[in-house]
Design a protein around this ligand. Structure first.
Ligand code: PLP
Length: 392
């Protein structure tokens, strides 16, 4: 999305008259368009939305309506997926650790498809949940180009089973009576180079030939916003066809990032040795700039004066609480609003209560009206778990 869609911009102006900032706002029509684009590029693929990108029930239910399944990475996410109406076989649980307590709880609530991430993980699952449907996550040991924290496919990352250990993992899984559906790779997130995917696909073909046949190849997510899908899709589809496997994908960011904005009001310029524009959203609402040095475009929702350049500073008492650097915008008046763009993925889901900041309101623009997906967290709920009582 280059700039805000004019209808969404208009809707945001109306939302600003009703709701206090900061708030997240999502454009459902954008999410629907992204699902259609992925389906057009990968017509035979089963899509598992990486719900960590945006777990709002109102979004998950709409994706379910579009036939998109879920990729989860925690017990909480599995519970949320079931609460949204997904069935066990429509949920894939990945993640490096599944404790015995977690596996026992899965037995109670329904065991999803399990992604096995290591040899100990495979052993533990065979002991606690024999008969489960599983896929094996490969650590492809490839030098993918992205932020270090997002490069899950590098050999040094904590994820997956190295290619040379896949045979042992398969032996454990099969001896333990697990139903091995296939292999999985997630190369990393926010990847922009088609070559990284091509290298991963080639490795998966090699592993399939060594250890297959399998029913499924899960080629993960990680599609960066600038990635040209037409450079990937033929390779992925060709691979699935040659091997006769079902193709699974796990997009997160691609489906929801551009649908969402974080709306914040500006409260004046401040000069130290740098110039800052103070806004009412910060790292507690949107952590990505601080965590990954992520750059989010910013659009003014006002008509301002002469342009000025400044950093966008949040309210937290942390010098790293800067949402954007060297931003040039028309000079705002007090109370003017900004849209921090591409905030629909890993925005709200990574928000925190740091500094007793309530989690913000989240709104969905259906194309006709605003729907509240999540109310702003109440002050009372921030104190709830500290009231005297049972528990631990
Ligand atoms: C296993 C797995 N699949 C899919 C994703 C989604 O990645 P993205 O949002 O970059 O598509 C992630 C992200 O961390 C992941 O770890």
């Amino acid at each position: 999305m280059s700039g805000l869609n004019p209808r969404f911009r208009q809707a945001l102006q109306a939302a600003l008259e009703r709701y206090e900032t900061p708030f997240y706002a999502y454009d459902l029509t954008s999410i629907q368009a992204k699902v259609s684009a992925l389906r057009a590029a990968f017509p035979q693929a089963e899509l598992f939305f990486a719900m960590k990108a945006n777990p709002r029930l109102g979004i998950l239910r709409r994706l379910l309506g579009l036939g998109v399944f879920l990729e989860a990475v925690s017990l909480g996410e599995v519970r949320r997926a079931y609460a949204a109406g997904f069935k066990r076989k429509e949920v894939l649980l990945n993640g490096p650790l599944k404790t015995p307590a977690m596996l026992a709880e899965l037995k109670e609530i329904g065991v999803p498809i399990l992604g096995l991430d290591s040899l100990p993980d495979a052993e533990r699952v065979t002991r606690h949940l024999p008969g489960s449907h599983v896929i094996l996550r490969v650590n492809p040991d490839l030098p993918v180009l992205t932020h270090d924290h997002l490069a899950t496919g590098r050999g040094e990352s904590k994820f997956g089973i190295l290619p040379q250990d896949i045979g042992r993992a398969l032996k454990i899984a099969r001896a333990g009576d697990l139903d091995v559906l296939g292999l999985h790779v997630h190369l990393g997130s926010a990847l922009e180079r088609a070559e990284d995917f091509h290298a991963g696909y080639a490795l998966m073909e090699q592993l399939y030939k060594e250890h297959g046949p399998f029913e499924v190849l899960n080629l993960g997510g990680g599609f960066g916003l600038g990635l040209d899908l037409t450079r990937l899709a033929p390779a992925a589809l060709g691979l699935a066809e040659r091997l006769g496997v079902e193709l699974w994908l796990e997009p997160g960011r691609y489906l929801v990032a551009e649908a969402g904005v974080l709306v914040t009001r500006t409260w004046g310029l401040k000069q130290t040795r740098r110039k800052f524009l103070l806004v009412d959203a910060g790292m507690s609402h949107l952590l990505r700039p601080m965590l990954y040095g992520a750059q989010h475009p910013v659009e003014p929702l006002y008509k301002g004066g002469a342009p000025q350049t400044f950093d966008l500073a949040g309210p937290a008492c942390e010098s790293g609480d800067i949402l954007a650097k060297d931003l040039t915008l028309p000079t705002p008046k007090e109370g003017d609003a900004l849209a921090i763009m591409q905030a629909g993925a890993y925005g709200s889901s990574m928000s925190s209560n740091y500094l007793d900041t309530p989690r913000p309101l989240e709104l969905l623009w259906t194309g006709e009206e605003w729907e509240v997906l999540r109310r702003r967290q109440s002050w009372e709920s921030l104190l709830l778990e500290e009231q005297p009582g049972e528990g631990g």
